[in-house]
Design a protein around this ligand. Structure first.
Ligand code: GTP
Length: 312
């Protein structure tokens, strides 16, 4: 079986970090988002297809240096991003039957084999994972009957939402779905393909545990915190890092980071090779690779796009 991971978006809400690295490579608990998804795949997935576009070369280099064990990995490029549906159509030649598809920025406790098993059991055209939220007014919300999806309502008013269930960005799709997607142009799965699939039989599966679509600073930090809590850790640090300052929960520190004695860090992601000087303070922030921080960084995505760390 194949799994397609959508990994070609611009990640505009995570700029300036995504000027430097593509969103799927942003580390959550020191592991790139895309690797969290790959590691969650059931064993029957033998081939992982990454639909890439923006910063393809950076993704390719990372995956060549860190290949996932025991699975074939294929990168398929769109010259320009074709949208979530167009990207899936563009990888058609790599798919041999029913398949899994994921948004590349979903961090969750979902077991994807539940989706593929349900696809077979229910003889559905698609099975979509669903997550329950308190306020669905910012999401695509589903209306369901007996597990079958009747319609999607985009960003409803709170009192008009048909349910509290939203799409969690992971799907099992029957091979036939590929025939529904027009080739060679931008296509949105959510806007163009789901409404057709609802007519053909689209089943929804709610799951519990944790879920976040890590598309903004707040959500990336939430995902980081969720994973660290799951590991029972307040903080993790990669090889070669030297932490002298005060670091509080939930913080991930990459490799070869120096946090000087009077520096303070909380609820943040500090990427590889950073130096936090004495007197610096980093709170609720993501610090891109190889930055030198001397002052206060509060609630920011900090990435200058170049290294000012002395190399020796
Ligand atoms: P924003 O610009 O901040 O909205 O981020 P994004 O470009 O990643 O868009 P969004 O969060 O809606 O995308 C959800 C997932 O689909 C992400 O994993 C994206 O990488 C992926 N994605 C979005 N658009 C495309 C596309 O045109 N092609 C491919 N291959 N992937 C896409």
């Amino acid at each position: 079986m194949e799994a397609v991971i959508l990994a070609g978006g611009y990640g505009t809400r995570l700029r300036p970090l995504t000027y430097k690295i593509p969103k799927p490579l942003i580390p959550i608990a020191n592991k790139p988002m895309v690797m969290h998804i790959i590691d969650s795949l059931p064993q029957k997935v033998e081939k992982v297809i990454l639909a890439v576009s923006y910063k393809r070369d950076v993704l390719q280099k990372y995956l060549e240096e860190n290949p996932p064990e025991g699975r074939e990995l294929v990168l398929v490029e769109e010259k320009e991003p074709l949208g979530t549906g167009g990207a899936i159509k563009n990888v058609e030649r790599e798919i041999s039957g029913d398949f899994l598809a994921f948004n590349g920025d979903v961090i969750s406790s979902l077991d994807p084999s539940v989706l593929t098993n349900t696809l077979i059991e229910k003889k559905a055209g698609a099975v979509i994972s669903l997550w329950r939220v308190n306020d669905p007014s910012h999401y695509g919300v589903v209306e369901m009957r007996d597990g079958w999806i009747r319609r999607f309502v985009e960003k409803p008013r709170l009192n008009e939402a048909p349910s509290n269930l939203i799409s969690a960005g992971a799907y099992a799709l029957s091979y036939d779905v590929l025939d529904l997607i027009p080739p060679g142009r931008v296509v949105s799965l959510e806007r163009e393909i789901w409404p057709i699939l609802v007519e053909k039989g689209m089943y929804g599966m709610e799951f519990r545990g944790y879920w976040t679509d890590a598309g903004t600073r707040e959500r990336v930090l939430e995902a980081n915190s969720l994973i660290l809590q799951g590991m029972g850790k307040k903080l993790i640090a990669g090889n070669g890092s030297e932490i002298l300052g005060n670091v509080t929960e939930h913080t991930s520190i990459g490799k070869n980071v120096i946090i000087d004695g009077s520096a303070e860090v909380s609820n943040s992601i500090i990427m590889d090779g950073c130096i936090l000087e004495n007197g610096s303070k980093v709170v609720d922030s993501i610090i891109g690779p190889e930055e030198r921080i001397a002052g206060r960084v509060i609630g920011e995505i900090f990435c200058t796009g170049y290294s000012n760390v002395p190399k020796n």
